[in-house]
Ligand binder design. Structure first.
Ligand code: FMN
Ligand code: ADP
Length: 318
């Protein structure tokens, strides 16, 4: 998969020589709605003997038009994971635009003539509500006016789940509500994050439940505080685990939020490993226990539940 990093206005020699079908969108989450857009583009590309291209952006377009909070600035899928998902899907070329005020401000006519046309589209494909800039007429319904008969404009209707549009916003809300099973249904795969194992307070081993503390990017959207069944992948292997996102309220009044994972039937030093966590099921909220022993009893029950989850879903370690 080729990645073209683009800055607007495009340099004179920027372009792509082969015929393309271009799927357009920010695609944060790469959920089932996004996948429907890419699937349509993939089918069109195959029929027309064209390359499958994706036009996407390096950061949230909203950065350009508002002051975003640090909560809003996070992503469901960080860029390197999103690119890996595109590659797995069979994308040939990614048009990765540095989303800037100048890009956002281009007229629809310039978007067609000075941008899209450089990449040889035979068709562009996007969701029904896609907009690429800030103008009021920069939507899919208006695009054919500016395209004429140079290429086709294909709009994919809303993909729904329980009569509701599948959207990145909906998935963020479900993560904030602890509904990881719903999230995974809307994604069509487990919600995945990546981090490095760092040192914690070295308390876990005293409880009989050592925990690998996963440090994530500050830009990663995480599930809400609570306990989850997870799998953790590193070094070409996958392990079963129980994860706690929280402030360790049993031991501290106002500690930092950490992601800690006890790996089941595992005993190795894994500080410094870069791991991928698949978030599979919500077990419970975080509890402030009166004693460490009560926490340990709860951890015993969490472990049992986690083992049961694996016996019902043996394919999670594939
Ligand atoms: C599955 C799991 C569930 C947990 N649940 C709670 C909890 O309900 N309340 C709490 O205060 N800490 C909870 N913890 C966090 C422990 O307090 C924490 O792992 C321990 O303090 C070790 O921290 P350390 O890695 O910094 O040594 C949980 C940890 C795990 C792995
Ligand atoms: N079953 C296990 N699950 C997670 N980490 C384990 C396990 N067994 C050993 N470890 C190791 O022990 C460390 C966690 O021990 P812990 O006492 O919780 O210390 P820390 O507070 O530094 O995380 C992990 O980072 C890992 O290197």
């Amino acid at each position: 998969m080729k990645i073209l990093r683009l800055h607007y206005p495009l340099a004179a020699d920027t372009g792509y020589p082969e015929k393309t079908v271009i799927a357009m969108g920010f695609f944060d989450g790469f959920h089932k709605g996004h996948q429907a857009v890419l699937q349509r583009a993939k089918d069109e590309a195959a029929q027309r003997g064209a390359k499958l291209a994706v036009l996407t952006y390096d950061h949230h377009p909203a950065l350009v038009y508002k002051k975003m909070t640090s909560h809003e600035k996070r992503y469901l899928t960080l860029l390197d994971y999103k690119l890996a998902l595109f590659k797995k899907f069979g994308v040939d070329v990614v048009l990765l635009v540095n989303y800037s005020y100048l890009f956002q401000s281009q007229t629809p006519s310039d978007f067609v003539k000075k941008f899209l046309s450089r990449f040889n589209p035979v068709a562009v494909v996007a969701g029904f509500d896609h907009t690429y800039g800030g103008a009021s007429d920069d939507n899919m319904a208006n695009l054919p006016k500016y395209v004429g008969d140079t290429f086709d404009v294909i709009t994919v209707p809303a993909q729904k789940s329980n009569d509701q549009k599948i959207s990145s916003t909906k998935i963020r809300q479900e993560l904030d509500n602890g509904n990881i099973e719903t999230v995974n249904k809307l994604l069509g795969r487990p919600f995945q994050t990546k981090g490095v194992i760092v040192h914690g307070e070295e308390r876990g081993r005293l409880l009989g439940y050592p925990t690998a503390n996963v440090e994530h990017s500050e830009y990663q959207w995480l599930p809400t505080i609570g306990v989850y069944v997870v799998t953790v992948a590193f070094g070409g292997k996958k392990y079963l685990g129980m994860a706690s996102i929280g402030k360790n309220v049993t031991f501290s009044e106002d500690g930092p939020m950490t992601v800690e994972i006890n790996l089941i039937d595992f005993k190795q030093n894994i500080y410094g490993e870069v791991v991928r966590v698949n978030w599979l099921a919500h077990v419970r909220g975080e509890i402030k226990f009166q004693t460490a022993d009560e926490l340990i009893e709860q951890l015993d029950r969490d472990e049992q539940l986690t083992r049961n989850y694996l016996s019902v879903h043996p394919d999670i370690l594939d």
